[in-house]
Design a protein around this ligand. Structure first.
Ligand code: PSU
Ligand code: MN
Length: 303
């Protein structure tokens, strides 16, 4: 298999210590350099502060790396032409020995191969607006339905159709947990008009739900949604205007498929004068701390 686990991560897994997987699309296609690298390294620090081990995942010369070094993360942040790699891209990137930045779906797949239960990110992909016509539904949802990895995020972004995304998660049997919230957070915004399936008050409560899923052979992930803090939350009316404008420009330029999310993210940064980038960084740092706390509780339960 084209997979290499760093010795630190391997050791932690062997000793049943908490390990958190991290994706690399957010580094190479989700944020501009050098903030992407600063953020990725700060996320690892937050995880380690809680007593867990960080495993940033990406593909280098056709080999999946579970636990990249800081130098490799730096290279992922700078290098041009890294393939945004979801599940369907993995065999091509392997065979052609390319560099691949793994999306939520591909990172879940690799985390599971390595034996990692928890994965922290910013936002997941979902059903795009007009998905009923275009069928543009992220493989992330398929992965959440099929792969036994739990994902901590700040909710699906409002560039997506949140209602449709929640319906698909329900169809696939994915519980959506809110951390101290009844309503689904929408990434840049703390709230949305949709309800989560359960409002969990503590990391332990979340760890118990994940364990119950595993102990009872229920296939797939648990989606844990953590609202961005008040100070960084962008009001719904404000971000919606920006999103509409970004989508309009995307349509005019004929940008489609896997290029949509990266285009929208960078356009939103531009249109908000950098505010959305600060929000993005704040929420992923907070998700890292929460994810590590859940993994720490889970490793105590599993003993
Ligand atoms: N949301 C973000 N930042 C990101 C992504 C989503 O706020 O970088 C990335 C994730 O890697 C996610 C992917 O898995 O976009 C979804 O892409 P698509 O819609 O093409 O499946
Ligand atoms: Mn898509």
């Amino acid at each position: 298999m084209n997979i290499r686990i760093s010795s630190k991560v391997e050791q932690a897994l062997k000793e049943n210590k908490p390990v958190i997987a991290l994706e690399s699309t957010i580094i190479s296609h989700g944020m501009p350099y050098p903030k992407n690298v600063e953020c990725a390294l700060a996320v690892e620090k937050n995880i380690e502060k809680e007593g867990a081990v960080a495993a940033t995942i990406g593909i280098i010369d056709g080999e999946a790396i579970i636990g990249m070094t800081p130098d490799e993360i730096e290279e992922f942040g700078k290098r041009k032409g890294i393939v945004k790699c979801s599940l369907r891209d993995l065999p091509i990137v392997y065979a052609k020995k390319l560099w691949g930045a793994t999306t939520v779906a591909a990172t879940m797949f690799l985390a599971h191969q390595a034996g990692i239960e928890f994965f922290v990110t910013g936002g997941i992909g979902g059903a795009h607006r007009k998905a009923n016509e275009t069928f543009d539904i992220s493989t992330d949802l398929e992965a959440l339905g099929n792969i036994d990895v739990s994902v901590i995020c700040a909710g699906p972004k409002a560039i997506l159709d949140l209602g449709l995304t929640m319906e698909i998660l329900e169809t696939k049997g994915v519980p959506v947990i809110g951390y101290n919230t009844d309503c689904l957070p929408a990434f840049f915004t703390r709230t949305s008009k949709f309800k989560v399936d359960f409002n969990a008050k503590t990391p332990l409560e979340i760890a118990e739900i994940v364990k119950a899923k595993r102990d009872n052979q229920l296939k797939g992930g648990v989606l844990i949604t953590n609202p961005v803090d008040e100070a960084h939350s962008i009001p719904e009316e404000k971000i919606n205007v920006v999103i509409e404008e970004a989508i309009k420009e995307m349509d005019e330029k004929g940008i489609k498929g896997k290029d949509e999310t990266p285009f929208l993210l960078s356009k939103i940064v531009e249109l908000t004068g950098g505010e959305s980038l600060e929000t993005n960084i704040a929420l992923i740092l907070s998700n890292a701390t929460l994810g590590a706390k859940i993994a720490v509780e889970y490793s105590k339960l599993a003993k």
